[in-house]
Structures are given as structure tokens and as C-alpha cells.
Write a protein that binds this ligand. Structure first.
Ligand code: AMP
Length: 216
């Protein structure tokens, strides 16, 4: 089972991908997390992608596609994968389809999580993330040092440097110009499942699981 989670920054792709991956026994691959880890390690890949991420721009396709295909060939991905945040433009989608065709694999479904723009901006502005396990938190206002603690693993909560208003606006612009054409790309090939991404987290997870079961 190979599933893509598509949606704007702040749509809840990461949160939903982990719930749905658990339900179906899949591995979730988040390109943004992989890039952030590389930046934190300060390795070659991290050096290459840092500048793009700080601006909220897309990392070039040759870097991104190669990283994802490498990851997909790992043994733990044998039973299927949820791709969170990839593909993000037409070139990436076509490269993925081409690589899968050669390997006789298929993208079974593309879950498009739909959220209004004002809600996206509200969510991103109040997003805190655990540095260790990447769990996201939605918080209004500021946190004291003591409150910056992940309730799941005790790791430190932080606000992503690209979750500031200026970069959020750029990321949304990039999403609407480069990524949103993928909605039609996957709808045309009959793989798109559209899910309302507003409401309570668990409720949205249920909607996605039910929609995937109906399609299977
Ligand atoms: P995310 O965590 O998905 O919001 O991604 C954070 C940043 O990583 C993005 O703003 C891009 O700079 C980069 N990135 C993540 N996924 C991709 C992708 N599929 N293609 C290009 N850049 C990406």
C-alpha cells in the first residue's frame, strides 16, 4: 500500500500520517523531517537544503527525488508507505510515477486534506514541535521554559524557524502555485481522495481511514 498525503502546510499531514500509518501498519516518510534532521546533523545534504528551507522555498527536485527513492528502497518500506510532503510539484510526481512503473509498484491513493487558508495561518502560527519525536502541539500564546516539554517523550518543544508569518506566507504561495496542481494530476488518474481537514484531530483520522477502506 503506497499512499500520498497532499495538502497545504498546516493541513495536518504529519499528524494524520502517523495515525493512519499506525492503523494500517505502514511506515511514514516526511521529507520535511528528513531535511530538518540533515540540517541538524550539519551534513552535506543539510548544507545543501538549509537555505531553501529558511526561505520556505522548495528544495530542488534532483536532491529531493533521490532522497525519497533511496528511502523507499529500504527494507522497512516493503509493506507500504505514507509519503507526507512529497511530491510537491509536477516534476516530483512524474519522477515518482516513472520510478514506480519500473519497479512495478503503484501509488494506490492520494489523500488530499483540505483546510481553509485562514485556518492554515492560525495553525502554523501556534505550532510547537517536539525536537526528539516530532510530535506537533497546537498552542495559543507563549510557553514558559517548564511548559516546553513533550508530554509523549519529555523532549524539548520548539517553534520551527519557518513557522514565522513571513515564511508561512511564502510557503503558502509556493503551495498554491507549485503543489496544488497535483490535486488535478491525481484526480485525473482516479487516485484522489478528498477529505475535510477541519475539526477534531481524531475525527479527521477516522474520516481518512474510512475513505481509504471504501476505496480499497
Ligand atoms: P514541511 O515540514 O513538509 O513543511 O517541509 C519543510 C521544508 O522542507 C519545505 O518548506 C521545503 O523547503 C522542504 N521540503 C519538504 N518536502 C519537500 C519536497 N517534497 N520538495 C521540496 N522541498 C521540500
Amino acid at each position: 500500500m503506497y499512499i500520498i498525503f497532499l495538502g497545504a502546510p498546516g493541513a495536518g499531514k504529519g499528524t494524520q500520517a502517523s495515525g493512519v500509518a499506525e492503523e494500517f501498519g505502514l511506515v511514514s516518510i516526511a521529507t520535511g523531517d528528513l531535511f530538518r534532521q540533515a540540517v541538524e546533523r550539519g551534513d552535506d545534504l543539510g548544507e545543501k537544503v538549509k537555505e531553501y528551507m529558511e526561505k520556505g522555498a522548495l528544495v530542488p527536485n534532483e536532491i529531493t527525488v533521490q532522497m525519497v527513492l533511496n528511502k523507499l528502497s529500504a527494507p522497512e518500506c516493503r509493506n507500504g508507505v505514507i509519503l507526507d510532503g512529497f511530491p510537491r510539484n509536477l516534476g516530483q510526481a512524474e519522477a515518482l510515477d516513472e520510478a514506480f512503473k519500473k519497479q512495478q509498484k503503484n501509488i494506490d491513493s492520494v489523500v488530499y486534506i483540505k483546510v481553509e487558508e485562514t485556518e492554515l495561518i492560525r495553525r502554523l502560527g501556534g505550532r510547537w514541535v517536539c525536537r526528539s519525536c516530532q510530535s506537533p502541539y497546537s498552542i495559543e500564546g507563549t510557553l514558559t521554559e517548564e511548559q516546553k516539554k513533550c508530554s509523549k517523550c519529555g523532549g524539548e518543544l520548539y517553534q520551527r524557524p519557518d513557522d514565522n508569518l513571513e515564511t508561512i506566507k511564502n510557503r503558502l504561495k509556493v503551495y498554491f502555485t507549485e503543489t496544488s496542481p497535483l490535486i488535478e494530476y491525481y484526480r485525473d488518474s482516479g487516485r484522489l481522495i478528498e477529505v475535510d481537514g477541519e475539526g477534531e484531530v481524531g475525527e479527521i483520522t477516522k474520516r481518512i481511514i474510512e475513505a481509504l477502506r471504501r476505496k480499497a
